[in-house]
Design a protein around this ligand. Structure first.
Ligand SMILES: [Zn+2]
Length: 343
């Protein structure tokens, strides 16, 4: 499949000299935007989930929402306004809580409250627009074109700086009553545990999120500076320790880093057991930067979950690594818009 992809032109939509012959059918693509707190990824995606063309701009979220939306509109119009017919939909994955009508109710990284993102984009671009949460978009991508393809009951867990997820049940992405379904990082794994960034304490994210791993590492180093020497040396100072420092030290065989990593994996296993028992998925997809940093984790987590979850829930369960990488949000938003437009 990769060879087949490589044989075709990598940027066919902007290949002005290509003519009609051999070019992908622009009447069958979707546009996609993955809108985060620091950057915006944009792309043109075909029905097989292949990203035909891509672009990227900085969000600069300190500005008003209208300016951020204006940049997105301007970039899409300039780059694809002519080549992609206005009948083709735009899918948007956005870091925040999204209402059914495409309004961003709350986007902490964007500093947005009640921004009618979907309606504004639809008006400005004159094409159908579908908006969903960015992690739900990534889940949709893994479901339609990635590691969860063919499964109608799927859970994705993404472990990066934060811990997020998405749930597909009975062949539909679950949004929930308020759009927050799949916030799997905020299930409680320790009553009265570490303070989370949400109102709760003891959340999975408060142990396994990148920010929490950094906090736990700094505390461990402060408690026993001798054991923390390698972490401090790698980071350049105790205050500069990050979850990547822990990963680096772990690969170098450092004992404290191994303890931190094992503990993190233990919390992830505890969370996954609850998720599997509650949702009963056929497939669990594990992704995100932290997850990708520990090569043995997917296999170890699968073993642990099989040993601890209800026997019926794990009977046919597949636990697999994510397949799409950082473009899952763009691929998923495009697929979501395509399906929403067809409904
Ligand atoms: Zn939380």
């Amino acid at each position: 499949m990769r060879g087949d992809q490589a044989r075709r032109a990598s940027n066919p939509l902007s290949d002005a000299g290509g003519g009609a012959r051999g070019r992908p059918d622009a009447s069958d693509v979707s546009l996609a935007v993955d809108l985060g707190g620091t950057k915006v990824a944009l792309g043109v995606v075909d029905r097989t989930g292949r990203v035909l063309d891509r672009d990227r701009i900085l969000t600069r979220a300190s500005r008003p929402a209208a300016a951020v939306i204006g940049d997105i509109v301007e970039r899409i119009e300039r780059r694809w306004g002519r080549s992609v017919p206005s009948s083709r939909p735009l899918g948007v994955g956005v870091a925040g809580q999204v209402a059914r009508d495409g309004t961003v109710l709350f986007g902490p990284n964007l500093r947005w409250h009640d921004v009618p993102l979907g309606p504004r984009l639809a008006r400005a671009l004159g094409r159908p627009v579908a908006v969903l949460n960015d992690v739900q978009a990534a889940t949709y991508g893994e479901w339609k074109h990635g590691a969860g393809r063919g499964s109608s009951d799927l859970v994705c867990l993404f472990v990066g700086t934060g811990v997020g997820g998405g749930i597909v049940a009975d062949g539909r992405l679950r949004h929930g009553a308020t759009g927050t379904a799949g916030e799997l990082g905020h299930i409680t794994v320790e009553r009265n545990g570490r303070k989370c960034r949400c109102p709760n304490s003891g959340c999975l994210e408060a142990y396994a999120g990148g920010w929490a791993i950094a906090e736990r590492a700094k505390e461990a180093v402060a408690m026993d500076p001798r054991r923390g020497r390698r972490l401090v040396a790698l980071a350049g100072g105790p205050a500069s320790i990050t979850s990547e420092t822990v990963e680096q030290a772990y690969r170098a065989g450092d004992r404290l880093a191994r303890e931190l990593a094992d503990e993190t994996r233990g919390y992830l296993a505890a969370g996954l057991v609850s998720i599997v028992n509650a949702v009963d998925p056929a497939t669990v997809v594990l992704g995100g930067g932290v997850m990708g940093g520990y090569r043995t984790w997917v296999g170890e987590l699968a073993r642990e979950v099989r040993g601890r979850a209800l026997a019926a829930a794990v009977a046919g369960l597949r636990i697999v690594p994510a397949a799409l990488g950082p473009e899952s949000g763009v691929v998923g938003a495009a697929a979501y818009a395509r399906d929403a437009a067809a409904e």
